[in-house]
Design a protein around this ligand. Structure first.
Ligand SMILES: NC(=O)c1ccc[n+]([C@@H]2O[C@H](COP(=O)([O-])OP(=O)(O)OC[C@H]3O[C@@H](n4cnc5c(N)ncnc54)[C@H](OP(=O)(O)O)[C@@H]3O)[C@@H](O)[C@H]2O)c1
Length: 238
């Protein structure tokens, strides 16, 4: 039975991915900042016959990542899935949500970087031995088309855009550095999706995005390491 560890599994795309992998019979390590508040997640885990377990993990709090890595020492993880992410205090469609030039709040920048860049990096460093011990050996981080420098034709979104460009650089290096250990690492753009972050006017629903991403992840080959993938199987320019 393959296994997946998902961060940000309590809502949005993490919740959608969790449901798909659980339905498919995978062993799922579902991570959330506050397990006591994750009612749907706990209900699903309770009905899973031990295949889905819920774990506390706050990507801003590295002690929680180290503690879980200690608990899961020796357990293979086929797919390490960094989903947890943060746009900022206002979503893009709200007034002030465009993160425009001249409006920077550097406390927000700091938080966005801690969650979107250092978080997935720390998770990868903490669980790389688990991935290496697995059959599939994949590390996947949810990035965004907004992080594509070549694709930036609209400006704005400074902290979020910079954080996703930064995690792309991180994933590209990881793809190169971990290749010799048999690990395939990619960033993936989930599409613009109707979640709390994407907002109600986004292009696609959660099912379309997560079904596509699961297929892309399932079909990943070593030669795909370091590509900037999209949920529909296409690729993006860096
Ligand atoms: N939706 C889109 O259109 C879109 C487009 C491109 C990329 N993405 C990326 O896709 C990923 C998921 O987005 P989404 O739309 O599902 O967002 P969402 O609905 O806002 O959910 C965000 C998830 O991240 C978790 N999270 C936030 N901060 C965390 C932290 N410090 N530690 C652990 N978990 C934390 C949240 O947990 P809490 O419930 O505890 O806050 C929640 O589970 C993100 O990386 C995002 O940047 C989304």
């Amino acid at each position: 039975m393959p296994s997946v560890l998902i961060t940000g599994a309590n809502r949005g795309l993490g919740w959608g991915l969790l449901n798909l992998y659980a339905k498919d019979g995978w062993r799922v390590y579902a991570c959330t900042r506050d397990p006591a508040k994750a009612k749907d997640l706990n209900d699903l885990a309770a009905k899973s016959g031990g295949k889905v377990t819920v774990h506390k993990l706050d990507v801003e709090n590295h002690a929680t990542i180290d503690a879980l890595a200690k608990d899961l020492k020796g357990q293979p993880i086929d797919v390490l899935l960094n989903v947890a992410g943060y746009y900022g205090p206002k979503i893009v469609s709200e007034p002030g949500g465009l993160q425009s030039f001249g409006e920077s709040n550097y406390a927000d920048w700091d938080k966005i970087y801690r969650i979107n860049v250092m978080g997935p990096m720390k998770v990868a460093e903490a669980f790389v031995s688990n991935v290496e011990a697995s059959g599939q050996k994949k590390i996947v981080t949810l990035s965004s088309i907004i992080g594509s420098i070549a694709g930036n034709d609209m400006g704005h979104m400074y902290p979020y855009r910079a954080s996703k460009a930064a995690i792309n650089a991180v994933m590209k290096s990881m793809a190169i550095d971990l290749k010799a250990r048999g690990i395939t690492a990619i960033p993936i753009h989930p599409g613009w999706v109707r979640t709390d972050m994407g907002g109600p006017t986004a292009d696609i629903d959660v099912d379309t995005s997560v079904t596509g991403m699961k297929k892309v992840i399932g079909e990943l080959k070593a030669a795909d390491a370091g590509k900037f993938m999209v949920y529909d199987g296409s690729t993006l320019p860096w």
